[in-house]
Design a protein around this ligand. Structure first.
Ligand SMILES: *Cc1c(COP(=O)(O)O)cnc(C)c1O
Length: 393
């Protein structure tokens, strides 16, 4: 039998410390490794597989599209992209969308849009962007430049420049950095990689108000927390906040690589024009067929309602674990993006959970992150609790 771990270690560029598991297939909320061991998956490929693995209707749509056509370039119209564009705009209450292949590219597009919008207003090219400490927006140079984790950025400086970092959930710190040259404030509605910190009501509404007063664009990165994960299509809906630009990826493709940034009409009409931005693969018929089917199933299965109904069950299970185990310092999150903060690094707990048949990931050294498929049921939560209980013990 081929040793895939060794093969991978020999040839894949070493930028990940992978867990010693070779994943072979999935079904619903469960994954199976090459030895046939079953895992309950509370990682979902990093908040991607919202609708679960082996989703027959989803897979059938993909198979059908493969036989029709998978790529056309953006020099022509294609049916799936036109349909998906309308569906995405309606789902997230935006007016225009640009499809990308990843989250980081969605951020690049959002940054370019904000800069062009400001450029058209005053003709200058010295605008700044306010981003948040402990944020994560991706690994390409632009996205990295607005990522508030110096460790990720350091070796790759200089970034795009003119980026200032405010403290998340500290409105004063945003106010202090904002000036007449600020073109955008960018932030996650719920910080993901940074440790699962939801925006506070006053903060996100205050930022929206500041941006309105100063004519600054608000970019909300909903790549991880959006697409139903908090029980709302966009996490910002709960706060009654509408961004000027929103970025999406991860769950929008349910395993097919696709992202998007969507904008209001005001932004669309006053920013990018033909020639300003583009992509070869982005918005291809294969990815867009996936997006439309994802959104169709979201409606059919009332995914956001399901998440809202089960959130108290998930939170109660995690709170019980917190109360029982001294090593757990805190539980926080929103909907199905939850964290247990430990008093020590969480690698041992993650490994023990894996041994017990539960997949979890971290968000920072001490923070266990739970981002399960959005279709988990009460039994799955009970099984998670039992296995995590053992791992914490
Ligand atoms: C994952 C993530 C990204 C980057 O998406 P990729 O598809 O990995 O490029 C950006 N922002 C947030 C909030 C994310 O969670």
């Amino acid at each position: 039998m081929t040793d895939y771990k060794k093969l991978g270690d020999d040839y894949l560029l070493k930028v990940y410390n992978r867990f010693p598991i070779v994943i072979e297939r999935g079904n619903g909320c469960r994954l199976y490794d090459d030895k046939g061991k079953e895992y309950l998956d509370f990682a979902a490929g990093i908040a991607v597989f919202a609708l679960g693995y082996g989703n027959k209707e989803f897979n059938d749509v993909l198979k059908k599209q493969i036989d029709l056509i998978t790529h056309t370039s953006n020099l022509y119209y294609n049916e799936p992209a036109c349909i998906a564009a309308g569906e995405v705009c309606r789902a997230v209450n935006m007016d225009r969308v640009f499809f990308t292949n990843s989250g980081t590219e969605a951020i690049e597009g959002a940054i370019k849009t904000a800069r062009k919008y400001a450029y058209l207003k005053d003709g200058s090219t010295d605008h700044n962007i306010i981003a948040m400490e402990h944020s994560f927006h991706g690994r390409s140079m632009g996205a990295l430049s607005v990522t508030g984790n110096a460790h990720y950025r350091e070796a790759f400086e200089p970034g795009i420049g003119n980026v200032r970092f405010a403290e998340f959930n500290d409105l004063r710190s945003v106010e202090e950095l904002l000036d007449e040259k600020t073109c955008a404030v960018i932030m996650e509605t719920v910080q993901g990689e940074g440790g699962i910190y939801p925006a506070e009501d006053d903060f996100i509404r205050g930022v929206r108000r500041l941006c309105d007063e100063k004519g600054v664009l608000l970019i909300l990165d909903e790549i991880q927390c959006g697409m139903g994960r908090t029980g709302y299509m966009l996490a910002c809906e709960k706060y009654g906040v509408r961004p000027d630009i929103v970025t999406l990826a991860k769950a929008i493709g349910n395993g097919v690589p696709v992202g998007a940034f969507a904008v209001t009409k005001e932004v669309a009409d006053n920013s990018l024009v033909p020639g300003d931005h583009g992509t070869t693969y982005g918005g291809n018929p294969f990815a867009c067929a996936a997006v439309t089917e994802v959104l169709r199933q979201f409606k059919e299965k009332d995914i956001t309602g399901h998440v809202r109904r089960l959130t108290p069950v998930l939170e109660a299970a995690l709170d019980e674990l917190k109360d029982k185990h001294d090593i757990v310092a805190d539980r926080r999150g929103a909907g199905f993006i939850q964290a247990l903060e430990l008093k020590e690094p969480c690698q041992t707990v993650i490994s023990r959970a894996q041994d017990n048949g539960l997949l979890l990931i971290s968000a920072g050294a001490n923070i266990l992150r739970l981002v399960p498929p959005l279709i988990i049921n009460e039994d799955d939560i009970a099984i998670m609790k039992e296995r995590l209980d053992k791992a914490l013990g």
